[in-house]
Design a protein around this ligand. Structure first.
Ligand SMILES: Nc1ncnc2c1ncn2[C@@H]1O[C@H](COP(=O)(O)OP(=O)(O)O)[C@@H](O)[C@H]1O
Ligand SMILES: [Mg+2]
Length: 333
C-alpha cells in the first residue's frame, strides 16, 4: 500500500484514448505522473470507442461497481488496467479463486512471525479507505455467499468490521471492477451470483476485437517480433484473423453443431501464437511448418484430437502451410 502524494487534476482524455474526432474536451480525474500502484501500460494497446464510452460514463455516474463480461482473452482485464495506466490512476488487483472468502477481500486475521494474530485489510477495504480502484479478476468463481459480503461496499456504503470495532467508510474515487466469463461450455466452476449482488453492478460486454483492429494489432506483434516487411505483416496478420474468425464461429460456446470445437482462439491466443510462430521459424529447416508448430504448442496440444485436426486444417487452407510437425510425423510413422 502506498499513499497518493499527488493532487488529482482534470485531464482531457481525448489524446489518451485516440478520441481526436471529438470536438470538445472530455475531462476525467487523473494524475500527472504514474504512482507505485499505477498498472503498466502497453504501447501496442488498441482502444475501442464503445469501451471508452462505457468507462467514461461509468466514471462520471458516481456508481461504484462495474462488471466486464466476455470470453477469456477478449481484453477485459487489460482494458481496465490500460485505462488506469493512461490516467496514472492506482489500481489494486486481486485474482479470485473458488476458495476466495469475503475476508480475503475485506480483511481477516493473519498470523504474525511472533506467533500472534494481526488484522489485515483486504484489497477491497484498502481501495475503499484510500478512494481508489480495485479489480477482482474472475469474480464469478467466487462462492455467491462470499460475494454477498461485498454488497454494501458495491454501493459505496460503509461497513462495520467487528474485529476492529470500527467502520470502513469508502472515500470518493473508490471503484470496484470485476471480470467474468460467460456461463457457457468451456469454463469450469463459474457461479451465478446472487441477484442482489448482480443488481449493484453496471455491466460492460467484451466481444472479440473488430477485424481491422485485430489485424492491426497482430501486424504490430509480427513487426515487433522481427518481420521486416509491412505488407507481408498485414497479409500474415489477415491470415491469423481469418483462422481465428472460423474457430470462434465453430466454438462450442457459441455453436450448437455436434462437431463444435472444444477450444477457441482469443486475442490473447492469437498474440501468443503469432509471436511464437516468429520465434519458431527455424523449424522449417527440419521440414516442419512453423505456424502449425507454434499453434500446437500455444493451443491445440490441449484440445481433443478432432478439434486439433479441424483447426490445423483451417490453418492449412488459410496459410497454405502443410500440417507437418513432429507430432504428425510420429502419427504417420
Ligand atoms: N485492445 C487490445 N489491444 C491490444 N492487445 C489486446 C487488446 N485486447 C486484448 N489484447 C491482448 O490480449 C491479451 C489478453 O487480454 P486480457 O485483458 O488478459 O483478457 P481477459 O481479461 O478478457 O481474459 C492481452 O494481454 C493482450 O495481449
Ligand atoms: Mg482477465
Amino acid at each position: 500500500m502506498s499513499q497518493i502524494t499527488q493532487t488529482s487534476q482534470k485531464i482531457d482524455i481525448r489524446p489518451l484514448f485516440g478520441l481526436g474526432h471529438v470536438p470538445s474536451p472530455v475531462y476525467l480525474d487523473g494524475y500527472a505522473e504514474p504512482g507505485p500502484d499505477t498498472p503498466e501500460g502497453s504501447a501496442d494497446y488498441v482502444w475501442q470507442r464503445g469501451h471508452i464510452q462505457d468507462m467514461v460514463t461509468f466514471f462520471r455516474s458516481g456508481e461504484i461497481a462495474l462488471q466486464a463480461i466476455g470470453h477469456a482473452g477478449t481484453g477485459k482485464s487489460s482494458f481496465i488496467e490500460e485505462f488506469h495506466n493512461r490516467l496514472n490512476l492506482p489500481l489494486y488487483t486481486y485474482n479470485a479463486h473458488p476458495r476466495t472468502e469475503a475476508g480475503d477481500l475485506i480483511g481477516k486475521y493473519a498470523p504474525t512471525p511472533s506467533g500472534g494474530l494481526v488484522f489485515v485489510f483486504g484489497p477491497v477495504a484498502r481501495a475503499a479507505m484510500e478512494g481508489r480502484s480495485v479489480l477482482i479478476d474472475e469474480y464469478n468463481v467466487i462462492d455467491p455467499g462470499e460475494a454477498t459480503g461485498l454488497n454494501a461496499l458495491l454501493e459505496g456504503r460503509s461497513v462495520f468490521i467487528p474485529e476492529i470495532g470500527d467502520w470502513i467508510r469508502p472515500k470518493p474515487g473508490f471503484r470496484i471492477f470485476t471480470t467474468i466469463n460467460p456461463r457457457t461450455v468451456g469454463y469450469v466452476g463459474r457461479n451465478t451470483q446472487d441477484a442482489a449482488n448482480d443488481d449493484r453492478f453496471r455491466f460492460m460486454y467484451f466481444d472479440y476485437m473488430p477485424e481491422d483492429q485485430e489485424i492491426s494489432l497482430i501486424k504490430s506483434v509480427l513487426l515487433s517480433a522481427g518481420m521486416k516487411d509491412e505488407a507481408t505483416a498485414i497479409s500474415t496478420a489477415t491470415c491469423y484473423r481469418e483462422v481465428a474468425a472460423a474457430v470462434r464461429k465453430a466454438y462450442m460456446g457459441v455453436s450448437d453443431d455436434a462437431a463444435a470445437l472444444d477450444v477457441t482462439l482469443s486475442t490473447r491466443s492469437l498474440v501468443r501464437w503469432a509471436k511464437y510462430a516468429m520465434a519458431c521459424a527455424g523449424v522449417s529447416n527440419s521440414g516442419f511448418g512453423p505456424v502449425h508448430y507454434a499453434l500446437e504448442r500455444s493451443k491445440t496440444l490441449k484440445a481433443s484430437p478432432e478439434t486439433r485436426m479441424a483447426i490445423h486444417e483451417m490453418v492449412h487452407q488459410v496459410f497454405g502451410e502443410e500440417y507437418r510437425t513432429p507430432l504428425t510425423q510420429s502419427l504417420t510413422a
